[in-house]
Design a protein around this ligand. Structure first.
Ligand code: GLY
Length: 354
């Protein structure tokens, strides 16, 4: 898999010109959703270099539109508007736009180049980097897709100033995960960050360090045969919370599910591989203060367990966890039996209780 260039923008206009120059093209297309069309493309009139002619394709916002139908509408628009194998697609949006747009580009005429411009914290530090593209299918998240990196990813943190606190927190959970799998200094910096009074310059620097953690791992293992599984920390139980909440008609943001999944998987790390108890308590306290809790009862333990057994990271029906012995000391391919997982749920409800 070719390496993608991740650029922490100093001068967005120039960085974009350079990224576009790297991809000689006949036609330029820009994929937005209803929100980024309005708030990023229209409001920031100078977002594209003067004289750069492009055709815009707008899709519906949010995960409900990450479907085969939307994908087909993007292929259709590219086809009708004369896209060729030498055209270039720029995805301007959150994870839904960069995942779906990346997949559309990677499959149109067997693959055209694309550039990601993530506009949410979650997509800056996670979705837009690392070449995972795809759509939801058959009720399953990201069920269909390919590994195919963007030519460039432009990280312009000015977009973050329009995000609400919930969406900042959602992305911040993935940053916490990057802290936990890298160094104590990185984690400490994150735990000291005041999310209620955001210093955007400090956040920009932290985003750069966070993306670097992901880039390093993806470079080593682009197709998730080994160390890339470290990025799944917090996600095995987090995805089960996310699916349960969705099934019950009370959807939660992905990063909140990850934060609550981290609480569970740090406790599992403590009981199974000896993660330090005090540090576990510190991280859990930070999550409790900033994210609140997720409510469920012991009657839902079986359902959560069932959801975990369907995770696409499993093989032979065995639930696969990434755990930590300590910060940056990663244990891949760990398992836990049902009784242990029920103990983890008890712990979560006890220590996160409303
Ligand atoms: N979101 C985890 C990964 O990109 O591998």
């Amino acid at each position: 898999m070719s390496k993608q260039e991740v650029i922490l923008c100093r001068n967005f206009g120039n960085d974009l010109i350079n990224a576009i120059k790297k991809c000689p093209h006949d036609r330029l297309f820009v994929l937005t959703d209803e929100n980024t069309h309005k708030h990023c493309l229209l409001n920031e009139k100078n977002i594209f270099p003067k004289g750069e002619i492009f055709q815009e394709i707008i899709i519906g916002a949010d995960d409900v539109n990450k479907t085969l139908e939307t994908l087909a509408s993007v292929w259709q628009a590219l086809s009708q508007q004369g896209a060729s194998r030498h055209s270039l697609l720029i995805n301007l949006g959150g994870g839904m736009v960069t995942d779906l747009g990346g997949f559309a580009a990677s499959t149109f005429k067997r693959g055209i180049s694309y550039i990601n411009i993530p506009t949410t914290l979650l997509s800056m530090v996670d979705a837009s980097v690392g070449g995972k593209t795809g759509i939801n299918f058959n009720g399953l998240k990201n069920e269909i897709g390919v590994f195919s990196p963007a030519s460039s990813v432009l990280i312009e943190t000015a977009f973050l100033q329009t995000l609400d606190t919930q969406n900042i927190l959602s992305g911040f959970a993935e940053m916490l995960k990057h802290g936990l799998i890298s160094t104590q200094a990185h984690l400490d910096e994150l735990l000291a960050f005041d999310i209620e009074h955001i210093d955007y310059e400090a956040l920009k620097q932290m985003v750069g360090r966070s993306v670097a953690v992901k880039e390093r791992i993806v470079e080593e293992d682009p197709k998730e045969h080994g160390i890339r599984k470290a990025l799944n920390l917090g996600h095995t139980i987090g995805h089960a919370f996310e699916s349960l909440a969705l099934a019950e008609g009370r959807p939660i943001l992905h990063g909140y599910a990850v934060a609550w999944g981290l609480v569970c998987e740090l406790y599992l790390s403590y009981i199974k591989v000896g993660f330090p108890k005090e540090l576990m308590r510190t991280v859990i306290q930070f999550i409790k203060e900033n994210y609140g809790t997720f409510s469920f009862t012991c009657k839902q333990y079986e359902q959560l367990y069932e959801l975990m057994t369907h995770d696409k990271k499993n093989s032979n029906g065995i639930i696969n966890f990434t755990l930590l012995k300590d910060v940056g000391d990663i244990c891949l391919n760990q398992t836990a039996d049902k009784d242990t997982l029920f103990e983890v749920f008890d712990f979560f409800r006890e220590c996160m209780g409303e």
